[in-house]
Design a protein around this ligand. Structure first.
Ligand SMILES: Cc1cc2nc3c(=O)[nH]c(=O)nc-3n(C[C@H](O)[C@H](O)[C@H](O)COP(=O)(O)O)c2cc1C
Length: 358
C-alpha cells in the first residue's frame, strides 16, 4: 500500500487533493472532496476566529460520515493551507491542537526559515499526527524545503497553475520529473510528490502519475464546484474561457488592484486577462486602475468578463472547465477518467510493441 493511502486511509486511487484557495475553498468544498475519496483543503488566514469557525463546520459535516471516519482516528480528514508570508504561526498551532487536521500545507514563506519553524512547531503541536506538505514552484525551492523541513509530501506547482505562483517557473511536465530525480538521488524515493498546475481532469491526473507523481492537486477545476466560495460572475467566466495560454496571464496586477501587500517579490498571480490588464499595457497608472477597479467591485456580478476589471484567478487549463458541478461529482469523474486515460495509454504502448522488434 502506498504511503499516502496509509497516512490518509479514506482516500481512493488516484490520489487527488483540492487546493487550499483562500476565499474560495469553503468548509463544504473541503468536506465534499474528502467524503468522495480525495483530500479537501481549507485555506487559513491570520484570523483565528474565522479559521476556527471553518474547521468546526467541516468537523460537523464529517462527524456522521462513515468513509472518512473508517480508520477510527481522531484526525480531521482534511488539510489546512497557509500562505506563510501573511499567516501567524500561533493561529496555526491553536487550530492544529484543537482540530487535528490530517495535513498542514505550507506555501510562500517570506523567509525560507519559516518552513523549518512552522513544520517543527506544528509537528510538536499535533504529536506528529498532522502531516506537513509544502508547495514549491522550483527545483531549488524543493531542495531547500526538504533540507529545512523534511516534508511528508512535496506539492510541485508548475507555471500553468491558477492563482499565485512563481513569476519564473517551469511547466509541471518538467518540474515534476526533475524534482523526483533529485529526491531519488539524495533522499531515496521516500518523499511522495503531488503535481499541481493545469490538471483539470483524469487525463491530467494520469499524466502526473506517468511523470512519477503520487497524485495531483486541482485548484481551478474546483473553483467551478457548486460549493466554491466565489462570485457567480467569476464562475461564469471560467465556463466561458477557452485557450488558457492566451486568455490567462501571469502578473502582479491582481495584487496591486486588490492592494494586497506582502507577497514575496518572486511571486505573481495567474488570472483571466481583462480590461485592467489591457489598460495597464496602454499606460494607465496604478492609481487610476485601482480607482476603476473599486468602482466595478461595487457593481457586483456585472463587472466580470474580458471587458470588466475583476480579478479572476484561473489556470491555463480553464478551457477544460465546462460545467459547474458538486465537488464530489468532480472527484468521482476524475477518478474514473484517470483510470480510463491510464488504460488508453497502456493500450497505445502495447500497440507499439511490434515496432520495437523491428
Ligand atoms: C483562486 C485560487 C486561490 C489560490 N489560493 C491559494 C492559497 O491560498 N494557498 C496556496 O497554497 N495555493 C493557492 N492557490 C494555488 C493552488 O494551491 C494550486 O497550486 C493551483 O490552483 C494549481 O493549479 P490549477 O489552478 O491549474 O489547478 C490558489 C489557486 C487559485 C486558482
Amino acid at each position: 500500500m502506498s504511503l499516502l493511502r496509509i497516512h490518509y486511509p479514506w482516500t481512493k486511487a488516484p490520489f487527488l487533493a483540492s487546493a487550499p484557495m483562500l476565499g474560495a475553498a469553503t468548509p463544504a468544498l473541503a468536506a465534499s472532496v474528502s467524503k468522495a475519496g480525495g483530500i479537501g483543503f481549507l485555506a487559513g488566514s491570520a484570523n483565528s476566529d474565522a479559521l476556527d469557525k471553518d474547521l468546526q463546520q467541516v468537523a460537523s459535516i464529517l462527524a456522521q460520515d462513515r468513509t472518512t471516519k473508517a480508520n477510527g482516528s481522531d484526525i480531521l480528514p482534511i488539510g489546512l493551507g497557509f500562505q506563510l508570508w501573511g499567516a501567524k504561526l500561533s493561529v496555526a498551532v491553536s487550530a492544529v491542537k484543537k482540530h487535528l487536521p490530517a495535513v498542514v500545507w505550507l506555501f510562500a514563506p517570506s523567509d525560507e526559515r519559516q518552513l523549518q519553524e512552522w513544520s517543527r512547531e506544528l509537528r510538536t503541536a499535533s504529536q506528529e499526527k498532522t502531516k506537513i506538505w509544502i508547495q514549491v514552484g522550483t527545483v531549488q525551492d524543493a531542495k531547500r524545503a526538504v533540507e529545512l523541513a523534511a516534508p511528508d509530501v512535496l506539492v510541485l506547482q508548475g507555471s500553468d497553475a491558477g492563482g499565485h505562483g512563481h513569476k519564473r517557473s517551469a511547466s509541471t511536465v518538467t518540474l515534476v520529473p526533475e524534482v523526483i530525480d533529485y529526491l531519488a538521488s539524495r533522499h531515496g524515493a521516500s518523499i511522495p510528490v503531488l503535481a499541481a498546475g493545469g490538471i483539470m481532469d483524469g487525463r491530467g491526473v494520469a499524466s502526473a502519475i506517468a511523470l512519477g507523481a503520487a497524485g495531483a492537486v486541482m485548484g481551478t477545476r474546483f473553483l467551478a464546484a457548486t460549493e466554491a466560495g466565489i462570485a457567480k460572475g467569476w464562475q461564469k467566466e471560467l465556463l466561458k474561457a477557452t485557450d488558457g495560454g492566451v486568455s490567462t496571464g501571469r502578473s502582479t496586477l491582481p495584487d496591486r488592484l486588490k492592494q494586497t501587500v506582502g507577497w514575496p517579490e518572486h511571486f505573481d498571480g495567474r488570472a483571466l486577462l481583462n480590461k485592467g490588464h489591457e489598460d495597464e499595457q496602454a499606460g494607465l497608472s496604478d492609481a487610476e486602475n485601482v480607482a476603476l477597479y473599486k468602482q466595478e467591485l461595487a457593481q457586483g456580478d456585472d463587472s466580470w468578463g474580458a471587458h470588466g476589471r475583476m480579478v479572476t484567478y484561473a489556470g491555463t487549463g480553464v478551457g477544460l472547465v465546462k460545467e459547474i458541478k458538486p465537488a464530489a461529482e468532480i472527484v468521482r469523474e476524475v477518478h474514473m477518467s484517470a483510470r480510463k486515460a491510464t488504460q488508453n495509454a497502456a493500450e497505445s504502448l502495447r500497440d507499439s510493441e511490434p515496432h520495437s522488434k523491428l
